[in-house]
Design a protein around this ligand. Structure first.
Ligand SMILES: C[S@@+](CC[C@H](N)C(=O)[O-])C[C@H]1O[C@@H](n2cnc3c(N)ncnc32)[C@H](O)[C@@H]1O
Length: 270
């Protein structure tokens, strides 16, 4: 459970550009995401647990959107936990816990609402993780897992023909580390197996015509594939073909991108 397929230093081109991508990703669709979280029952004043806060961009949004809530953010990566602390640590409503989720020494039934965003796809045992979160929720408390599924990533117009092959290679590499880039379809079953009830699922759809292309473009940055080339998982020619198509896409007359995230919600019985 503690070995994860997310390592900001080695699985991405460089930590700074990955943090920048996460910032864009956290901010671009936040209004809609918060709308869905509110629809699932998130309210100001609740005690909120954020699992895998990374560099803390969602944490920052949550602190602003919930001005009287206490937020506890767990992060396994020391540098990312520190980055969040450096930026947000002065807020006395925020507790940052540097630990793996299942090792975090947090009390039973301490939270009204938990959010795990783009974390479950990196966990070798997602049901165990959900059970761990269930323990920390109050009866009636909710967990929302926000994650993706490569079969439903979205679309680009013009198309990038190499996208499917690139995602397949990416998926195999992440699976080899215990992750699952097709976890979106399984989120409801994970919640059910862990003991959650009153399950629900929403889509979070981001469109470049609403957000601007720059808000979504970092996800298509070909350089994100460079570590796969370096590890021999992707050939240089596949990378070059992807890069050429991505350039044709950005230089097209009116390129557009639609990207999908899934938000699954479950409630702790009782
Ligand atoms: C892709 S990042 C997403 C960060 C943030 N949730 C966001 O949406 O911007 C996934 C984060 O989960 C963290 N993580 C992965 N497994 C974890 C675990 N078992 N316990 C705590 N954090 C974990 C990673 O270190 C990483 O910071």
């Amino acid at each position: 459970m503690n070995s994860i397929s997310y390592d900001i230093d080695s699985s991405h081109r460089d930590a700074a550009s990955e943090a920048a991508r996460l910032q864009v990703q956290a901010t671009a669709g936040w209004t809609k995401e918060m709308r869905n979280l509110t629809g699932f029952g998130l309210r100001d004043g609740m005690a909120v647990l954020e699992v895998g806060c990374g560099p803390g961009y969602i944490t920052e949004h949550l602190l602003k959107a919930l001005p009287t809530s206490r937020i506890t953010a767990i992060e396994i990566d020391a540098a990312l936990a520190q980055q969040t602390a450096d930026r947000l640590g002065s807020c006395d409503r925020l507790q940052i816990v540097h630990a793996a989720l299942l090792d975090a020494e947090l009390p039973d039934a301490g939270f009204d609402f938990a959010i795990a965003r783009l974390v479950f796809q990196h966990l070798p045992d997602p049901v165990a993780a959900a059970v761990g979160i269930l323990r920390m929720l109050k009866p009636g408390g909710k967990l929302v897992i926000v994650d993706s599924d490569d079969a439903l990533w979205g679309l680009s117009d013009p198309e990038i023909p190499e996208m499917d092959a690139a995602l397949q290679i990416y998926g195999h590499a992440q699976a080899a580390q215990g992750g699952n880039r097709r976890i979106g379809r399984a989120l409801l079953r994970i919640l059910e197996k862990a003991g959650f009830v009153n399950l629900d699922l929403e889509a979070l759809l981001n469109h470049s015509d609403l957000l601007g292309l720059d808000a979504l473009l970092p996800h298509l940055d070909p350089d994100r594939l460079l570590p796969l080339v370096a590890h021999g998982a992707m050939s240089g020619s596949t990378f070059a073909a992807f890069k050429a198509s991505q350039m044709r896409f950005t230089e097209a007359t009116a390129p557009l991108l639609m990207m999908l995230l899934l938000m699954a919600c479950g409630e702790k019985p009782g």
